[in-house]
Design a protein around this ligand. Structure first.
Ligand SMILES: [Zn+2]
Length: 366
């Protein structure tokens, strides 16, 4: 059983349309929505309400965050600046990271609902929870908006767990992008282990100074407690399994977290406009299973899942369903509607040796 925490106000943050995040173009009659739009989360909610997992989910109302609660992670001046930006009608923080005059309540609903979900596990009333919230949070640092994100939801959950008496919290982030904001929150601390599995994308500007490289391991007391599994483009599930079984799970076994928080993204799918990691539903099922097995073995199954990115408007919802099938260990319940080619990380750049063998009788190949 998974307890799902939901607040419909998260749908009211309107990011506009264009060539995905590239802004509008006079060249096109039909624009796309901004990748981070309300529709992908609507589909996630509907697939859970109407899909084969429906009878394994219990729904709960989310809530708005208080500004004092946000201050557990974020600078008060940053919180006030964001509120004022919304009150003044909106602001663009980076070309693709913006608020409008209507965004403040959605931002509070996303953070508050993630915290409500976390509190249910922290208090012992739930074992596994999931919060479908947006905008995502893992790029937000204590005083910096970045990558569509404003408040770092998984960091807020981790801080609440520590305040309630947990000694060690592990955050596992499988959004396809580096969880730089979460890394920044805890980089010099050992009470939160931050793990990010992401594609190799590097820094993307002043708001995102970290590269996400494996060399970023933490500093001071936090040394060794930041794990960046930077996976090659197109790696598919084999890359995730290798990183998880060879590095992440052994570290978790030694760290012995009291709680695991999953930054649950689906933008690693093979059909995501923002991802190149090529996971299919079977891959997300496997990721969900590996994370839930770790929680089961290490922290009495306590697992808080908070939605991060997932921008394929329809497929991300199916991938979320598959992730939760994996978490619950049900096996496949929902067929993959489009992922007809299985993950294939073994071939890498393709079988060039065979190609040369077949064609070298006819052509001189260097
Ligand atoms: Zn992402």
């Amino acid at each position: 059983m998974i307890d799902v925490f939901w607040h419909p106000a998260v749908l009211d943050h309107d990011t506009g349309r264009g060539i995905f995040e590239g802004g509008p173009s006079d060249l096109l009659d039909v624009p796309e929505l901004h990748p981070e739009n309300a529709e992908w989360v609507r589909n996630m909610v509907s697939v859970l309400q109407r899909g084969p997992l429906a009878d394994r989910l219990r729904w709960h109302d989310g809530r708005l965050a208080g500004e004092d609660e946000l201050a557990a992670v974020h600078d008060p001046a940053y919180i006030a600046m964001l509120r004022e930006a919304c009150e003044q009608g909106g602001r663009v923080f980076a070309p693709s990271t913006l608020v409008t005059g209507e965004s403040w309540r959605p931002l509070l609903a996303a953070a508050g609902t993630a915290m409500a979900a976390g509190d249910a596990v922290i208090s012992g009333s739930s074992r596994i929870v999931y919060a479908p919230v947006r905008p995502p949070g893992h790029h937000a640092a204590p005083a910096t908006a970045d990558g569509y994100c404003f408040f770092n939801h998984v960091a807020l959950v981790a801080e609440r767990a520590l305040a309630a008496g947990c000694e060690r919290v592990a955050i596992i982030d499988w959004d396809v992008h580096h969880g730089n904001g979460t890394q920044a929150c805890f980089y010099d601390r050992a009470d939160v282990l931050t793990v990010s599995l992401h594609m190799r994308h590097g820094s993307w500007g002043p708001s995102h100074p970290q590269t996400g490289s494996p060399a970023e391991v933490g500093v001071g007391r936090g040394a060794g407690h930041n794990v960046n599994a930077e996976l090659g483009l197109g790696g598919g599930i084999r890359a995730y399994e290798a990183a998880f079984t060879q590095v992440i799970r052994p570290i978790l076994d030694q760290y012995r977290p009291d709680l695991i928080v999953g930054a649950c993204g689906q933008d690693a799918s093979g059909f995501d406009p923002n991802g190149r990691q090529n996971l299919l539903m079977a891959g997300f099922r496997r990721v969900g299973r590996m994370v839930a097995e770790a929680a089961g073995d290490l922290c009495d199954g306590k697992l808080v899942l908070v939605q991060e990115g997932g921008y394929a408007r329809t497929y991300a919802a199916y991938c979320l369903h598959a992730t939760l099938e994996g978490v619950l260990g049900t096996g496949p319940l929902l067929a993959d509607p489009i992922g007809y080619l299985p993950d294939d990380a073994a071939r890498g750049d393709g079988d060039i040796a065979a190609l040369r063998t077949y064609l070298s009788p006819f052509w001189r190949l260097p």
